[in-house]
Structures are given as structure tokens and as C-alpha cells.
Design a protein. Structure first.
Length: 125
């Protein structure tokens, strides 16, 4: 008999429950913006105007304490990030993985359940 897989999310951790082109549902609350998320806090990124990848990665690299890994969901489709922008995270000792937002959300939640030091930068699909 197969057993269902259950993620054991740490108490108080911010998980992404759902996402759409409208925004993200995080631990039951809707955020209508692109987001930067860590275990215990969320930052809405583009309240007034879209920020560039460089601006968003710079904000992510400045997180304290810095995550070991940043999962970057680039929207509906995967976009490669130029080496010059990858250097922003590398200079702060942060690994960077890019993928489409759907994959990135799943990856973030799994890494969070594994108690990894992860942050997510997610663009709405």
C-alpha cells in the first residue's frame, strides 16, 4: 500500500499555497505582486512598477541572514539569467537556481520542509 507524501513544514514558516497571474497565496494570505520570500517574512517587489532582474536579485542578495540558496521563479517560462546578474548572488555566497515559477514554487516548499536555508524570488506567471 502506498503512503501519501506529506511535507512537514516548520512551525511559522511561510509556504506558498497557490499562485496565478494575480499573485501568490502565502500561508492563507493573498499577495498581489511579485515576491521575495524567506521562512519568516515576505517582501512585495513591484507595488508601483516592475523592477528589473538586477534590482530584484540585489534585494535578495541583501537578505539577512543570507540564504544558502535562492530559487528564482522567472514567470510562466524559464529564462536564463546572464552571468553578470548571477554574480550578484555569488558575491554574497548565495547559490542561484532559476526555473519557471510553477517549478520554483514546488522546489521552494520542498526545501523549506527540509529545513534548508532557502529564499524564493517569484515572478507571477
Amino acid at each position: 500500500m502506498q503512503q501519501p507524501i506529506q511535507l512537514m513544514i516548520p512551525a511559522g514558516a511561510k509556504t506558498i499555497d497557490a499562485y496565478s497571474s494575480e499573485g501568490f497565496t502565502i500561508s492563507g494570505d493573498m499577495v498581489r505582486a511579485d515576491i521575495l520570500i524567506m521562512r519568516d517574512h515576505i517582501v512585495s517587489l513591484n507595488q508601483d512598477a516592475a523592477q528589473s532582474d538586477e534590482e530584484m536579485l540585489t534585494r535578495a542578495a541583501a537578505l539577512q541572514p543570507p540564504p544558502k540558496l535562492l530559487v528564482f521563479g522567472t514567470g510562466k517560462t524559464h529564462r536564463f539569467i546572464p552571468p553578470s546578474l548571477r554574480q550578484i548572488c555569488k558575491a554574497h555566497g548565495i547559490g542561484l537556481e532559476t526555473m519557471d515559477t510553477a517549478s520554483a514554487v514546488r522546489t521552494y516548499n520542498i526545501l523549506l520542509a527540509e529545513a534548508r536555508e532557502v529564499a524564493g524570488l517569484f515572478l507571477r506567471p
